[in-house]
Design a protein around this ligand. Structure first.
Ligand SMILES: CC(C)(COP(=O)(O)OP(=O)(O)OC[C@H]1O[C@@H](n2cnc3c(N)ncnc32)[C@H](O)[C@@H]1OP(=O)(O)O)[C@@H](O)C(=O)NCCC(=O)NCCS
Length: 188
């Protein structure tokens, strides 16, 4: 994890740089989420390469209480001269989903990208049928930019192709959301 000046944690979850020792967990979590039709996937070699790439933050997600590894995420474009950083992947292990961790992790990602990495824009793409992830991103301040129609081959979509929705949040939007959290959300 590049340029981490402070622990990226919120009392319930924390982000830590992934190492080769985490790859079996990462690959198992990725395979499970890919088979369920939520995400794409990388080969083990692609993950290993990313671990050594200073343009990439490959992180594991742990609970703060007992240090359980519950997921992983990948940010790309840390050296992008336009300040445009991509949340390439975010996946929690099946047992850790729908318990509020995703929202907490996303808040940490926003903090990391804008406060520590000085991003101007954080963007991602999400499969159009992944309604849970889309709700999470929208309710965390991401804006839909457009749809890449049927650009992703997957058995989980009717016809074998799924569309990707491109979403982003800009630094001023993040700052405004920190000042004025949406109803029911806590300040980051
Ligand atoms: C997507 C993911 C990171 C979200 O994390 P999570 O811990 O499960 O999500 P949370 O519990 O923090 O929040 C989920 C939100 O989605 C809502 N939700 C759950 N299922 C939903 C659905 N089918 N449609 C719409 N919203 C849904 C929940 O009500 C909650 O919203 P709320 O806080 O406004 O009540 C996690 O489920 C995951 O890893 N999924 C598999 C991989 C994946 O889809 N990654 C994202 C790829 S872009």
């Amino acid at each position: 994890m590049a340029d981490a000046q402070a622990p990226i944690a919120d009392g319930a979850v924390r982000l830590r740089p992934a190492t080769n020792a985490h790859l079996s967990f990462v690959l198992a979590t990725e395979t499970d989420a890919r088979r369920a039709g939520f995400i794409g996937g990388w080969t083990e070699t692609e993950h290993r390469t990313a671990l050594d790439d200073d343009d990439v933050a490959h992180c594991i997600i742990e609970t703060e209480g007992d240090g359980e590894t519950i997921g992983y995420l990948i940010l790309r474009g840390l050296r992008d001269t336009n300040g445009s950083i991509e949340l390439k992947r975010l996946a929690l292990a099946a047992h850790a989903r729908d318990r509020g961790y995703g929202r907490r992790v996303l808040a940490l990602v926003l903090r990391y990208a804008f406060d520590q990495l000085s991003a101007h824009r954080l963007w991602l793409d999400v499969l159009a049928h992944n309604t849970r992830a889309r709700h999470l991103y929208t309710s965390s301040g991401f804006v839909e930019e457009g749809v890449l129609r049927e650009c992703f081959r997957t058995e989980s979509a009717p016809g074998g192709y799924a569309s990707l929705v491109v979403m982003s949040i800009l630094e001023p939007e993040y700052r405004a959301a920190v000042r004025e959290p949406a109803a029911g959300q806590t300040k980051r």
